[in-house]
Design a protein. Structure first.
Length: 149
């Protein structure tokens, strides 16, 4: 049962982490739209990074807003899927569909970031996204290869 607890803890880590990322980006969007004041401290600042990164291609305010909204929705969905995967993880291969769906959503997110980083020649950001992609792949390997017996 210790291995099942470890696996579930890993899923909970990704659920919590993605939830924090989702909420900080949502707060950032709230600050940008004026729903939250400058006094609001908890915000990612990622919209600013998106604007700086896409500046290479000109002023893309609407495109940047749509990209950021898409990222927020995707992160929220991935967080929800990890919460569900953690909830259904009971060992003996239970909850496999939820597990794979959570990792698929999240790995596709990081893959999309890596491609966008390459398009925008944002190599400094790309290394962070590759590390997150790799960390999640390693977690998935642990989930699959660590015996429960």
């Amino acid at each position: 049962m210790h291995v099942v607890r470890l696996k579930r803890s890993l899923l909970l880590f990704w659920a919590v982490w993605l939830s924090v990322v989702f909420l900080s980006n949502l707060a950032d969007a709230g600050k940008e739209s004026g729903l939250l004041g400058e006094w609001w401290i908890f915000a990612s600042g990622n919209l600013k990074f998106i604007k700086q990164t896409t500046a290479l291609y000109g002023n893309l305010e609407l495109v940047n807003a749509l990209l950021f909204a898409g990222v927020i929705v995707w992160e929220g969905m991935a967080a929800f899927l990890f919460w569900r995967a953690a909830w259904t993880c009971r060992g003996k291969r239970s909850g496999r569909n939820h597990l794979y769906l959570a990792f698929t959503a999240s790995l596709c997110l990081w893959g999309a970031f890596v491609i966008a980083d390459e398009i925008c020649i944002a190599y400094a950001l790309e290394s962070t996204h590759l590390r997150l992609f790799t960390a999640q792949l390693v977690t998935l390997l642990v989930m699959e290869l660590l015996p429960e017996d």
